[in-house]
Design a binder for this molecule. Sequence first.
Ligand code: SF4
Ligand code: SF4
Length: 155
Amino acid sequence: MIKKRECGNCSLCCEVMAVEDINKKEYQKCENQGLGCRIHNEKPDQCKSFACAWLEGNIPYDLKPDNVGFFVTSQGTEDYPLVSIHSKWSLDKLKKRKLATQWLDAVTKSVPGVFVGANGKRTLFGNPEIIKKAVLDAKKKLDNVEATTGDGIPG
Ligand code: SF4
Ligand code: SF4
């Protein structure tokens, strides 16, 4: 993991991701969240080792998670790339942000995406041809995936 940027005031992943070591569930605020992490030096390894795609410098600077309401992780393999977009909002709310929508549309024309939104609801989306190939495999790997075959993010 290479961190090329600083999280600054962002703590979106702390709210959204599950952290098994401290029994924190998905979409539950962490009790250690303050301005940053209150237990910074003793935080779980899972937290120490986590970096979203923005922090790694792999997506545009303007898409800083606390500005746009989502963060990105990549999964899959070279042959079968898959991005996950995590947000504490619903997809409908996220889509009101033009910058986010434009980026999601552009990325998922070539790489399938799983949107993991409010309450952990998962939606697989992207280019129909790619989705067709990806959907069965993704369904095997991910629980509760609702697949769409629309072009780009679901309307
Ligand atoms: S979502 Fe990314 S930028 Fe925000 S706190 Fe987590 S790792 Fe840092
Ligand atoms: S322990 Fe710290 S870094 Fe980990 S989720 Fe909680 S606030 Fe975030």
